[in-house]
Design a protein. Structure first.
Length: 225
């Protein structure tokens, strides 16, 4: 099963009723925040400091704890310390893997550079993508830094994905461009929304919705207003 969310708020009412039973079988989790370091030691130190702050750790664990998972069973991973052998051992003992990122292309690059991408693709537990960590699971992701597309993790395919939707002109333009240039629908996930993929079935949670070419007229109207 794969779950996609815009934020670490999936313990809220819009998701809890559907997910409570699923999480009742989950006892251990690995949470991996992916932050692009660009090779600078100061950035790596900043990331390490972030993971040492109790408020940040609470935020990363909050939703999992709300579903009954004990804090000592939720492992927060530091990308700077991860080696493939270590990551594989951690995943073998984790019922849940949570990927969190702000930039999908950079998240994929981190995983690839560290030799961890294949293990994410092969992971058989409950996989949760949050924010750009969800977008990284697609076949291709847009590298906004360089204005090109790059290969994603390829765990999900057949649609476009827009996380953290707020009906802003730039986001509307992105949806319109995706629908005009291809035959794939766009799954749109606002702050209080999510998507569940379970054995080929798709379940929309909260305010998430799907747009296809039949919605173009309405999208044009929203964009021009």
């Amino acid at each position: 099963m794969i779950l996609l969310f815009s934020n670490m708020n999936y313990e809220q009412e819009w998701a809890a009723e559907l997910l409570a039973e699923t999480f009742s079988y989950m006892h251990t989790a690995a949470v991996l925040p992916l932050v692009y370091e660009e090779g600078w030691a100061s950035d790596a130190m900043m990331h390490g400091d972030m993971l040492n702050e109790e408020e940040n750790l609470y935020h990363l664990r909050r939703s999992l704890r709300a579903y009954g998972m004990r804090p000592e069973n939720i492992r927060i991973l530091n990308q700077a310390d991860l080696e493939p052998e270590m990551f594989e051992r951690i995943l073998q003992h984790s019922d849940v893997l949570v990927l969190i990122a702000d930039n999908a292309a950079q998240a994929c690059r981190i995983l690839e550079d560290r030799g961890l991408d294949g293990m994410v693709r092969r992971y058989h537990g409950l996989l949760i993508g949050v924010g750009a960590g969800a977008e990284a699971l697609l076949d291709t992701v847009e590298d906004s830094w360089y204005g090109v597309e790059r290969e994603g993790l390829g765990v999900l395919s057949g649609f476009h994905l827009l996380m953290n939707y707020r009906e802003e002109p730039e986001q509307l333009q992105t949806i319109i461009r995706c629908l005009e240039t291809g035959d794939e629908s766009v799954i749109i996930v606002p702050e209080q929304g999510g998507v569940m993929f379970d054995y080929g079935n798709i379940e929309l949670l909260g305010n998430a919705f799907i747009a296809d070419e039949r919605d173009l007229d309405e999208l044009y109207s929203l964009y021009s207003s």
